[in-house]
Design a protein around this ligand. Structure first.
Ligand SMILES: *[C@@H]1O[C@H](CO)[C@@H](O)[C@H](O)[C@H]1NC(C)=O
Ligand SMILES: *[C@@H]1O[C@H](CO)[C@@H](O)[C@H](O)[C@H]1NC(C)=O
Ligand SMILES: *[C@@H]1O[C@H](CO)[C@@H](O)[C@H](O)[C@H]1NC(C)=O
Length: 287
C-alpha cells in the first residue's frame, strides 16, 4: 500500500546516494543498511525511558531521546503539482521520526558532520551559533518536506543511528537510508487515514468534526491519544504526532504507544475542518 509515501524518501535517498558517492551494484541488489546489533543481545530488554539502570550501549536503545515521535501531515495540496509532486490518495504523509527526551524536551542538529539540510530550521542553536546550510550535491530544490533535512535535524540526535552503530564496515550515508526505512516502518504502524475513515471520519469541505471525535477514533485502535495539530486558530486539522517508547532500536524494535505529552493545538470545544484534498493534488498509489 501507499507507495507514493515511499517514493518521496526513496527519491531523496537516491539523490543523496548518488551525490554522496555511495555505490549501488549494477545488478540493482539493495545493500543492507542496518546497524550491527550483536552486542545488544546481552543488554537488558527495556523500553526507552523506562530503564531503571543507565543504558550502557546507546546503539541498542535510543538514549537520550527515548520518547519517539512518529509524525504525519495532512495537507490539501503540495503547491508542486506541476513538478508532479502530488499527495497519496487515502493516506496522510510522513513528516519524520523524532527523538524527544523522556521529559519532552529535545535536541536538534546534533552532528554537523552529517548536516544535509539546505535550509536548517531553526537557523541557529539556542546559544546563537548559526547552523550551516548544506550546499553540497544532491539537494532537491522542489520538495515539500526535506527528508534529508529530517535526518540531519532528528536522526543525528538519535543514538541508534550514530555512525559507530554501523560497525567498521560503515558506508557513507548508510545511516541516512536506514533512517528513511525506520521512519517508513513507524509510519505504517499508524494508518491515520484508514483508522479515521473506519469511524466515518473522512475529509470533507462540508462537515466539521470535534477534537473528541478524532481522539476517540484513534484511541480505539492505538490505545492512546496522539497529539493532533491544527492551524487557523485551532480549526483546521494539519498534523498528528504518535508518542512511543521503544524496546530495542528505532530501526527494528517494538514501539509502545503513549498518550501525547503535549496538549492539542486544535480547539477543544469548536468545530474542526478535516479538509478534502484539492482537485488534481492527489494520486492513487495503492496498487
Ligand atoms: C481563536 O479561538 C478562540 C477560542 O477557541 C477565540 O476566543 C478567539 O477569538 C479566536 N481568535 C481569532 C483571531 O479568531
Ligand atoms: C491515556 O489517557 C487516557 C485518557 O486520559 C487514560 O484513560 C489512559 O489510561 C492513558 N493511557 C496511558 C497509557 O497513559
Ligand atoms: C477543500 O478546502 C480546502 C481548504 O480551503 C481546499 O484547499 C481544497 O482545495 C478544497 N477541496 C475541494 C475538493 O474543493
Amino acid at each position: 500500500m501507499v507507495h507514493a509515501v515511499h517514493t518521496a524518501p526513496l527519491l531523496a535517498l537516491f539523490a543523496l546516494g548518488v551525490a554522496g558517492g555511495a555505490t549501488y551494484s549494477k545488478d540493482c541488489s539493495v545493500p543492507n543498511t542496518g546497524p550491527v546489533l550483536t552486542s545488544c543481545a546481552s543488554q537488558p530488554a527495556v523500553y526507552s525511558c523506562e530503564n531503571t539502570a543507565p543504558i550502557k550501549d546507546t546503539c541498542c536503545s535510543p538514549t537520550p531521546g527515548g520518547l519517539v515521535l512518529a509524525t504525519q501531515f495532512w495537507s490539501t495540496y503540495t503547491g508542486l503539482e506541476n513538478k508532479k509532486q502530488k499527495l497519496p490518495k487515502g493516506a496522510w504523509t510522513i513528516h519524520g521520526l523524532w527523538p524527544d527526551n523522556c521529559d519532552g524536551s529535545y535536541e536538534q542538529y546534533c552532528d554537523l558532520s552529517r548536516q544535509f539540510d539546505p535550509k536548517p530550521s531553526p537557523a541557529k542553536f539556542p546559544d546563537g551559533t548559526v547552523i550551516p546550510a548544506y550546499k553540497g550535491p544532491g539537494r532537491r530544490r522542489h520538495q515539500r518536506v526535506s527528508y534529508v533535512g529530517q535526518f540531519s535535524k532528528h536522526a543525528t540526535c538519535t543514538s541508534t543511528f550514530d555512525v559507530k552503530c554501523y560497525g567498521p564496515s560503515y558506508k557513507k550515508n548508510q545511516d541516512v537510508i536506514n533512517y528513511f526505512d525506520a521512519a517508513i516502518r513507524a509510519y505504517h504502524l499508524f494508518p491515520t487515514f484508514d483508522v479515521l475513515a473506519a469511524s466515518g471520519i473522512v475529509p470533507s469541505n462540508k462537515t466539521t468534526y470535534s477534537l473528541a471525535q478524532f481522539e476517540r477514533a484513534l484511541a480505539a485502535q492505538f490505545g492512546t491519544t496522539p497529539y493532533l495539530g491544527c492551524t487557523n486558530n485551532g480549526t483546521v486539522l494539519s498534523e498528528v504526532w504518535y508518542f512511543n517508547h521503544v524496546l530495542g532500536t528505532e530501526q527494528y524494535g517494538s514501539y509502545k504507544p503513549l498518550n501525547s505529552t503535549s496538549p492539542s493545538s486544535c480547539t477543544k470545544t469548536g468545530k474542526i475542518w478535516y479538509y478534502e484534498r484539492s482537485k488534481n493534488s492527489e494520486q492513487e498509489v495503492r496498487k
